[in-house]
Design a protein around this ligand. Structure first.
Ligand SMILES: Nc1ncnc2c1ncn2[C@@H]1O[C@H](COP(=O)(O)OP(=O)(O)OP(=O)(O)O)[C@@H](O)[C@H]1O
Ligand SMILES: [Mg+2]
Length: 398
């Protein structure tokens, strides 16, 4: 297993998460799934894993982050589906005929952009409705258990709104919802995910949340046992000295078992060129000086900079104040304290319904995106999602 920081972990570099993948596949047998989770937590890696071991499904994986029209999305779905069905691999006997006839049907769909015809010929005009209906009809009668894994779906919607219009996003979401309903009793499933939240995008466009009903599943961090296993495997395979007490110490220092944080820690030990397993004091120094304060590590900087993409100017000011306060509160903050903070920043707005909605939205997004974590029991106070982000924020806002 090689150290992998940044790009999705695939093949031997993916630390197996059989419980999570099994849960997602079972959920997909029942329903369509929104796979949610903070940035950089391994969502795309899990999609790649499902593609490699798709259970009963024929998987079609698409990254939609560059597509800015519905035609481009449909075109990519058709092209990838064609590629998957056309693979020389032998389908199970009962699927062979079905995949063949589905493939033949797809070849007949005339979508600008597929088969070399350029589709930018009449920009602004929705050319996608007819081929979309044909595609849906084909899926509805094909009986092939297709699983569309749609990565960066929220970014795609944002781009469609920018490139075309909000109404176009509403139209495609309506079509997509109707399609999911129609295919519900069939064996076709969709999983959507992305590095920005679907809920926030839909809200910012002023669309009703119900336009997007999926069965929501959050990516959990690794269990302690899995995290210790990942650390041991990474250290061993890369000849980095690290003993059992060092591995436990790392989990305590980070305070959140996201694979990327474990990978970052191991890579910083590697940089230190240790001949013997680092001592607790040395691990503390690596944490403090390299992970929290170091510039090589783009993770914290990325999370810091990203606030401006996730929020409007006013929301961002509120988010900054919230994060600045939370990182200084050892016990976290409760709702009343958030209200007071909001009131200080926006004395008038905070008293109105839309002001309250703004606070809810900012808190929701900060939780969804992995900055904050709300306790699920007791007084349900909200604190930082990991020690590393908390300590980084303390430093940045000192
Ligand atoms: N199962 C895993 N095994 C090993 N490393 C992993 C695993 N899952 C995630 N990672 C680590 O996390 C990093 C981010 O993974 P990935 O790109 O899949 O996350 P993501 O949630 O899709 O991120 P984004 O929100 O940016 O789209 C990888 O580069 C790798 O370091
Ligand atoms: Mg991703």
């Amino acid at each position: 297993m090689e150290l992998r920081i940044g790009s999705p972990a695939t093949g031997d570099n993916y630390y197996p998460r059989p419980a999570l993948i099994g849960k997602l596949l079972r959920a997909l047998e029942r329903d369509n799934v929104a796979f949610l989770g903070p940035r950089r937590t391994g969502k795309t890696s899990c999609l790649e894993q499902i593609r490699a071991q798709p259970g009963p499904f024929v998987p079609v994986l698409l990254n939609l982050e560059k597509h800015d029209t519905v035609e481009a999305w449909l075109s990519a779905m058709l092209a990838e589906l064609r590629r998957v069905l056309d693979q020389p691999k032998t389908w199970k006997a009962e699927l062979a005929d079905k995949t063949k006839s589905l493939l033949a049907g797809i070849q007949k769909i005339d979508l600008p952009g597929v088969g070399g015809i350029e589709m930018a010929s009449s920009p602004g005009k929705a050319q996608w409705r007819k081929p979309a209906e044909e595609f849906l009809a084909l899926l509805a009668c094909s009986d092939v258990p297709l699983l569309f894994l749609l990565d960066e779906f929220p970014t795609f919607l944002k781009l469609v709104a920018k490139h075309r219009s909000r109404d176009e996003v509403e139209a495609v979401l309506n079509w997509f919802r109707a399609a999911r309903n129609e295919l519900k009793e069939k064996r076709v499933r969709f999983l959507v995910t992305g590095s920005i939240g679907l809920k926030g995008v839909v809200r910012n466009l002023g669309l009703a949340p119900s336009i997007n009903e999926f069965d929501a599943h959050e990516i959990p961090p690794l269990s302690d046992e899995e995290a210790l296993g990942l650390l041991a495997t990474l250290a061993k395979d890369n000849a980095i000295p690290l003993d059992a007490s060092g591995r436990k110490k790392i989990l305590r220092l980070l305070g959140a078992n996201w694979p990327i944080l474990l990978q970052l820690f191991i890579s910083e030990i590697q940089e230190g060129e240790f001949k013997k397993p680092p001592t607790p004091a040395q691990l503390e120094a690596i944490y403090r000086d390299r992970l929290v304060a170091g510039s090589r590590n783009q993770y914290c900087d990325g999370m810091f900079d990203r606030l401006k993409d996730a929020f409007t100017e006013a929301e961002r000011r509120l988010a900054r104040e919230i994060l600045k306060s939370v990182c200084r509160s050892p016990d976290g903050l409760g709702r009343e304290e958030f209200d007071q903070l909001h009131q200080k920043l926006e004395p008038v707005l905070s008293q109105t319904a839309s002001g309250m909605e703004e606070l809810d939205h900012v808190l929701d997004t900060l939780k969804h995106d992995g900055y904050l974590l709300q306790e699920s029991i007791g007084p349900r106070r909200t604190r930082f999602g990991s020690n590393i982000l908390r300590d980084f924020w303390l430093r940045k806002t000192a």
